[in-house]
Design a protein. Structure first.
Length: 202
């Protein structure tokens, strides 16, 4: 039976003893209700960590300017998932075709435990200029205290230009579930089994 936390909206399987990134009581859906009218039953178990996705006070993140010219992240709209990161550079930087150059943001972050910062491409410069993070998605761990640096790769056949204080990528804060790995000679069977790489068709 799946259990759900009404506070962080994450699911666990009770038989696995999974973890939630918040300190509120765990609850599980009333299995007799429909998906549109799900009711929740609070159990006595509690989540071990302090992250609560609906508590805006707990979602404040400390940011340190490593350069006085650094721009703090901004959102493009009220419901944007990503926070724009800005180039902290003194002059324009040219990125030749198929070249990668690291662009600093001048910022360091203190993220909450059991979250990480995911750095994604911005759709504008990725589609119009072919400029995107070289590693596709950057993963910034919560215990990292150095500068957030974005390696920008030029996928196009023309020189790309990054200007000072230009928005170069977007940062999304994502919770994750810490796990332990247990080596086993046997895995549970499934209908799919080991079929992969196009096994489900085009």
């Amino acid at each position: 039976m799946a259990e759900w936390c009404i506070h962080c909206k994450l699911c666990r399987y009770s038989k696995n003893g999974g973890m939630f990134p918040c300190d509120k009581p765990i609850c599980e859906p009333n299995m007799g209700s429909t998906a549109s009218t799900t009711k929740y039953i609070v159990t006595q178990q509690s989540c071990p960590n302090n992250f609560n996705i609906e508590d805006t006070n707990n979602c404040t993140i400390k940011v340190k300017r490593l350069n006085p010219n650094a721009q703090l992240p901004t959102r493009g709209s009220n419901f944007a998932a990503g926070y724009d990161l800005y180039a902290c550079i003194d002059t324009s930087i040219a990125i030749e075709p198929h070249q990668t150059i690291k662009i600093g943001t001048g910022l360091a972050f203190e993220l909450q435990e059991n979250t990480f910062g995911a750095i994604f491409a911005r759709s504008g410069i990725a589609t119009k200029q072919g400029l995107r993070p070289a590693n596709c998605v950057g993963v910034c761990d919560s215990d990292y205290r150095g500068e957030y640096i974005v390696p920008i790769h030029n996928d196009s056949d023309i020189t790309g230009i990054i200007e000072p204080k230009q928005r170069i990528a977007q940062l999304v804060i994502i919770p994750f579930i810490p796990v332990k790995f247990s080596e086993s000679e046997i895995l549970d069977d499934t209908d799919r089994g080991s079929n992969g790489f196009g096994s489900t068709g085009k």
